[in-house]
Design a protein. Structure first.
Length: 228
């Protein structure tokens, strides 16, 4: 019997591809998605993806979405407490569930921190993409039909001119040396809108680009036809 899994869902390409990879496995069944949403603006933390886009992605994936509300300036203790509460909520909904998956790629310290926090709650960590060659993985995602656009660029690591670009072959070819092709060091974040993990593509409209904290270039994406 396949073990039930709750997948951390940022709205970006890594989470989307992790869902696709887990769908190929017989030993796990993803039963729900989990998003951390900043309470001040109703967006996924880091990626800046709107709540309604996260919800539309979940519908396209055919999965329920659980939300964790966190403050914009969230310390580790606050984050861990909020996550613990939603894991209890998940266990009430899916009795016996004990696995949480993340789309982490190679940062060992982040993996260890997640593993420890989950263990404290009696859960186990799954990282189906961990250890991947990120250059090869980025091309694999694109070849596999994943479509995404850049929702955030850290201008201290990558030129602001990359803000809002499509995550495609041209983007990868244009990346300067030292920038991870999947943005695992935080160089950029994405918003996924199509791929084998979705029943149908999302139709998004690109909005304004805003520089926050003098460093992070966020590009807004909303569902087509919705007010700004």
């Amino acid at each position: 019997m396949a073990a039930q899994v709750l997948l951390a869902w940022s709205g970006g390409k890594d989470a989307a591809w992790a869902l696709h990879v887990l769908h190929q496995r017989a030993d796990f069944e993803v039963v729900g998605l989990l998003s951390t949403v900043t309470r001040e603006d109703g967006r996924a933390s880091l990626q800046g993806v709107r709540r309604e886009v996260l919800q539309a992605q979940a519908r396209a994936a055919g999965l329920p979405l659980l939300e964790v509300s966190i403050p914009a300036r969230c310390d580790n203790a606050t984050y861990a407490s909020a996550m613990h509460a939603v894991l209890e909520q998940a266990q009430a909904r899916w009795p016996g569930i004990r696995h949480a998956a993340f789309g982490d790629l190679f940062l060992e310290d982040i993996r260890a921190w997640r593993e420890q926090r989950l263990a404290e709650a009696g859960w186990e960590l799954l990282v189906p993409l961990f250890g991947s060659d990120t250059a090869a993985l980025a091309r694999e995602m694109q070849a596999g039909g994943l479509r995404a656009c850049l929702s955030c660029v850290d201008t201290a690591q990558l030129d602001a001119g990359f803000a809002g670009r499509d995550f495609d072959a041209g983007f990868l070819d244009a990346l300067p040396p030292g920038v991870d092709p999947c943005g695992e060091n935080g160089e950029f974040h994405t918003c996924a809108w199509a791929g084998p993990m979705f029943a149908a593509p999302l139709v998004l409209e690109r909005g304004d680009m805003v520089l926050r904290n003098g460093r992070y270039a966020f590009t807004d994406y909303r569902l087509a036809g919705q007010a700004a």
